[in-house]
Design a protein around this ligand. Structure first.
Ligand SMILES: [Zn+2]
Length: 55
């Protein structure tokens, strides 16, 4: 099992990763927050694991 761009597996639960959009919310010390959306390989079981795709 190698770490390729296709056929990658979740490091948490071992499920296959699928190409999807992902977003994270970043909270800052001043109370504001920003939403960061990007393409990623996301665990099919949605356990929370993802690998961000560099663009
Ligand atoms: Zn998983």
């Amino acid at each position: 099992m190698g770490l390729g761009t296709k056929g990658s597996y979740c490091e948490n639960c071992g499920s296959i990763l699928i190409d999807d959009a992902w977003e994270t919310v970043n909270f800052h010390e001043d109370g504001s927050m920003t939403l960061d959306s990007f393409a990623a390989h996301v665990c099919k079981k949605q356990c929370g694991f993802y690998i961000r795709i560099q663009q």
